[in-house]
Design a protein. Structure first.
Lengths: 299, 439
């Protein structure tokens, strides 16, 4: 059998959940259909948002937002069907993790879009979600799901909140980069199409901070639940490099938000701090998975 | 009189001059106030025989629109009118008036309302001025069904141009560009504090635009404190001397500087010190002065956005380019609205012919019925009348429908009307006497 999800390798002697859907005709029909439909819907929303960005004065294009909402609903349906069939959160492989990250990025983006009323930044966020979903759809369904050990619901909550937190940080980083580009353009008197289509600099800064704030809240919850799970199950170790790096990420983002709200930091300096946080996050996920032996990784 | 000639007799004409055809001193001298417009409309109606008339008089144009004028040379008549009312003889000065007949006159009015004929392409005020001109015509007894319909069409056209195209998008003046830039950097300006340096016209204009954008907290710094206080009284702002700038600078989010000082008014060390106090919160410096008021070195500080007139001119040029690119779309809307208006206008002219055509048939049917009624029993009369009426209705249904649509078919439609008039002896809505006499 193939790889397991966010599971400890020392995980022995626990009960496992049978894969209820393995022989179910629904699994053979609905899941592949939704797996194929998802990249198509995300691609459609990319096209819609690209059109909104490209056309001057067209903030009212409906294709992008409609396609994205449809994609989010289908994505939730897809994960729900898989969750029901597999008996646990569908986070059984790195591709499942990617898919869940794509969904939560889309949700975070939609939340920020609705809150700020800005649609012209979608073109910079959606391609990442599309890419993630293409990878997940193309490679995720190749092997049938394995039976996984029974896990408490709060462990599932740990993974869910971690995914939401990482996604929010990713969206925050995209807004941070957009902020820096617009900042430089305005300073240099470059009033290009990008300048005209972006929201005000201050709004971009707020989008960056709000997404980071949401990310920090979810990550805090994920850390608490994860530590609790280690303590309860006796598996894993608190000295794991990924845990320390995650705590470092938490500290950087906490400092970033503190500096914004408490010290009144604005502009590139505040953005650079949050980008350092996101870079640390990427390191913790990618480098540790590749170069360190960690109980807390996909294999 | 042919249908075409009849239509031309009710033609909607436009005679006038604008910024493209006349210099500023001529345009200035011809700007009419309300009472002069009322008087001119009265003259057009009384001596010019115009059924409807309206005058659009702004600093960029003076245009007379008239329908059904009974003068052979309307431009000459308008020339005399302007001489009489404004005391300016355009002919003697060698200035010519342009003149448009329908549908060009309608098209011209729509172009004006959309801002295509304005000095600043796509400027929005002109639609309001057109509306005011038609209201004034209504008060002066110059308006009628055509001008009223024309107002609706012109305003609809202007609205469509603004909503369906980008003709009104982007700032087209330096001051407006400065305010737009402030919004682009700082977002909502309602809670932002502005330091206005200078008390001249430019500073006043900037204050107006900033007030429109929701700014309510102003501080004015000027050499001439009296003038600054006068300007400040508009908003209840406080005024300070130029020497106090370093003191008030940390509290400002936007600085608009427009003095005539020969050197810098705002130096880099002052800005650097202010930024320290502001904890590096963004500061927008808009330098609208020539020579510049703000030391360019200040713009290199982090979170300080310094923009001078050159930079703002870049934004204005871009907006104008974008507006120019939208002109074909606006022209297409105008053509659509002109065609719509002309269809309605022609149908208005055709109505008497259609009415006369129908009443002729109905009269003949009634006459024949009266002539032969005696041969039938009285109790059969209602059935006989119903039968006759039914035949007439059925015979007339198709020709009436086609005639009503003749206005939409342009020249072909007018020829169709002429044929009907000739065949049935109708003279512009009235049956010809010879035809009635022969019966």
């Amino acid at each position: 059998m193939g790889p397991h999800p966010l599971e400890t390798t020392e995980h022995t002697g626990q009960n496992t959940v049978p894969v209820r859907g393995a022989g179910d005709p629904l699994m053979h029909l609905l899941v592949p259909l939704l797996t194929t439909l998802l990249p198509v819907l995300y691609a459609l929303s990319c096209v819609g948002y690209a059109h909104t960005y490209a056309r001057e004065g067209s903030s009212g294009d409906r294709l992008g937002p409609l396609a994205l909402r449809a994609a989010v609903l289908v994505h939730i349906a897809y994960l729900t069907v898989r969750g029901i069939l597999e008996g646990h959160l569908p986070l059984a492989s790195v591709y499942d993790f990617l898919s869940a990250t794509g969904l939560s990025m889309a949700i975070v983006y939609l939340y920020v879009e609705m809150r700020e009323g800005v649609r012209t930044t979608g073109v910079f966020v959606l391609p990442f979600i599309l890419l993630i979903q293409i990878l997940s759809s193309a490679y995720g369904g190749r092997t049938p799901p394995d039976p996984v050990p029974l896990r408490p619901y709060w462990f599932e909550l740990h993974t869910l909140t971690a995914v939401l937190g990482y996604s929010a940080f990713a969206v925050s980083a995209i807004y941070g980069i957009l902020f820096l580009c617009l900042y430089r353009d305005i300073k240099a008197n470059r009033f290009s199409h990008f300048f005209r289509r972006m929201p005000p600099l201050e709004t971009l800064g707020q989008m960056n901070v709000r997404a980071a704030g949401g990310g920090l809240a979810f990550l805090t919850l994920a850390i608490i639940l994860g530590v609790g799970w280690i303590q309860r199950s006796g598996t894993g170790s608190l000295t794991d490099p990924k845990i320390w790096l995650t705590l470092a990420v938490w500290c950087v983002f906490a400092f970033s938000l503190l500096s914004y709200h408490r010290f009144g930091w604005r502009g590139p300096r505040a953005i650079y701090v949050s980008l350092v946080g996101f870079t640390t996050l990427l390191l913790s996920r990618v480098v540790v998975d590749l170069f360190f032996h960690s109980f807390h990784s996909f294999r | 009189m042919t249908a075409k000639a009849a239509a031309e007799s009710l033609d909607f004409l436009c005679v006038g001059l604008n910024h493209e055809t006349s210099p500023l001193e001529v345009r200035d001298a011809l700007v009419m106030n309300e009472s002069e417009v009322e008087r001119a409309i009265q003259v057009l109606r009384d001596r010019g025989g115009a059924e409807e008339a309206l005058i659009l008089s702004t600093c960029n144009r003076t245009e007379v629109y008239a329908r059904g004028a009974a003068v052979s040379d309307l431009p000459l008549f308008v020339n005399q009118l302007l001489l009489e009312i404004k005391g300016m003889d355009l002919g003697a000065r060698g200035h010519r008036l342009y003149a448009y007949r329908e549908p060009d006159s309608v098209r011209h009015l729509f172009r004006v309302a959309c801002g295509l004929n304005s000095q600043v392409l796509g400027e929005p005020q002109i639609a309001g001025q057109v509306k005011d001109a038609i209201s004034l015509a209504a008060r002066s007894g110059g308006s009628g069904p055509v001008t009223e319909r024309l107002l609706d069409a012109a305003l609809r056209c202007a609205k469509r141009a603004r909503t369906e195209t980008g003709i009104g998008r982007g700032p087209v003046s330096s001051v407006y560009a400065a305010v737009s830039l402030a919004s682009k950097v700082l977002g909502n300006l309602a809670d932002k504090r502005v330091l206005l340096v200078g008390s001249g016209e430019m500073a006043g204009l900037a204050m107006c635009h900033l007030l429109d954008s929701g700014v309510s907290q102003f501080t004015l710094a000027a050499r001439n404190l009296e003038r600054a206080k006068l300007l400040a009284s508009r908003t209840g702002a406080r005024s300070v001397s130029l020497e106090a700038i370093p003191v008030v600078l940390p509290g400002a989010d936007i600085v608009v500087s427009a003095t005539s000082a020969p050197g810098y008014v705002l130096h880099e060390p002052s800005v650097r010190a202010a930024m320290r106090i502001r904890k590096n919160r963004p500061l927008l410096l808009l330098d609208l002065a020539v020579p510049r008021d703000v030391d360019p070195a200040a713009g290199r500080l982090p979170n300080v956005f310094l923009h001078d007139l050159d930079a703002l001119a870049g934004i204005v040029a871009q907006s104008l380019d974008q507006r120019r690119a939208e002109v074909p779309k606006v022209e297409s809307i105008i053509e659509d609205e002109v065609a719509r208006f002309m269809r309605w206008h022609r149908s208005l002219e055709l109505k008497p012919t259609v009415t006369a055509f129908r009443s002729q048939f109905e009269r003949i049917a009634q006459e024949e019925l009266d002539r032969h009624k005696a041969r039938f029993r009285p109790e059969d009369h209602p059935a006989l009348e119903s039968l006759t009426r039914g035949i007439v209705q059925k015979l007339l249904h198709r020709p009436t429908t086609r005639l009503n649509r003749a206005g939409e078919d342009g020249g072909e439609g007018l020829r169709r009307i002429d044929t009907v008039r000739e065949l049935f002896g109708i003279e512009h809505g009235v049956e010809a006497d010879e035809d009635r006499d022969t019966r």
